[in-house]
Ligand binder design. Sequence first.
Ligand code: SF4
Length: 482
Amino acid sequence: MSSLGFQSIYRQLNAAGIGTHRAFLPDAWEPLALRWPQERRPILTYEAERPLSSYPVIGLSIAYELEIAGVIRLLEGSGIPLLASARGPRDPIIVGGGPLTFSNPNAALPFVDLLLVGEAEERLPQVLDRLGGAGDRRQRIEAAAELEGVIVGEIDPGRWEPLPEPLRAPKELLPAASAILSPDTELADMFLVEPERGCSRRCTFCVMRGGTSAGGMRILPKERPLALIPEEAKRVGLVGAAVTDLPHLEELVADLVDSGRGVAISSLRADRLTPRFLRDLQRGGYRTITVASDGISERMRLALDRKIHEEDLLRAATLIREHGFHKMKIYEMIGAPGETDADVDELIRFAREIAGIQRLTLTFSTFVAKRNTPLDGQPFLGVKEAEERLRRIREGLAGKVELRPQSPRWAHIEYLLALWGPEAGHAAIQAVHAGGRYADWVRAFAETPHEPRALRHGDEATWARRRGKAAERRQLPVIADA
Ligand code: SF4
């Protein structure tokens, strides 16, 4: 319910008179490691309390690689044949989509009858139209797969179609906005709306980067999102890859706060914080300001084209303190190509400096190379190496900075799912059936034969790696001097 894409499609299909109900993976089946099979249960839709398996078409929104385990549990647990190739004429047609399709959704192909790649607003109604047309189940699936951006899943064992370029929705179908406000969700009672879509920057690790079919920033006039906010919404979440790059963001936030509403923003850039903006964020209920650094040193940020500098983060920390915020939080990413111990040392030194200005929390993910980025195909740091890097950081910042690392083990599994082709879906079945622990996944991948996936953006990857190396060379003397 906190996924804007999911809510937006729900709103759109209901408004078009197609009729759409919601169903969710039961909370009890969500943990990454879980003895499986659990007892089967009918998964009922919220609106009609009908079993999921009784619907003619089921749309799955998959956010990222590790959610494949949830797809397996949802389908098996609700009694729908897990593999697309095993479904018969009376089984629901499963249409996969969601944010994962911007990078590598290959692992979903064994489970979906159709995959819609990219932004679904324009294409999904056309897909549903064809699925409701003449012919048997197979013919209707194949008719829908003729549409650009749509392919069949593994409906014939071992036959996989290449992934198309992600679709872009026309601007007139934007913005996405919440359909339902609920107190019982992650972002309780918050009305979500996008004041822009996409990003025009070029961070080399990011699937939303500009210059790809997924990227580029589409800015909407301030009035468009404002007009959609219902009277009863007391909190508004502004969602988008690069909301703080909006030229009119300060006015938009001021308008929302002046109307007595709370406000939240999905991402803040350290170099875009201003005194007026911070004052309004505080009036809008902010207590912690979170910004991203990603690269853990100046050299790594430069190599990743992140375009955030030490002075931006220091200036942000000072402003955040001056405006009386409770805490500053910075997202960091360890293990990007070329990172060394010198970068870790710099992070420790710099985090101590920031913590001297403002109470600080650092969150850590481990770099996972993604399709449709120049870093596609780059290696994973390794679980032991990542844990050792985190250990050094913990030691260096003990008592000074709160640290919230995500597990490098799950980043490793995410990496394998992101790197492999559709065989990864079959490895995932084995891993889920074995209980879904880290060791189960590693074993499943080791025992599943696979073809290395061709890099579709190989030229771009080579170019960016060269450029990344050039950036590294440019910056190394600076590190040495420091
Ligand atoms: S990391 Fe953020 S700023 Fe960089 S390309 Fe992605 S969305 Fe844009």
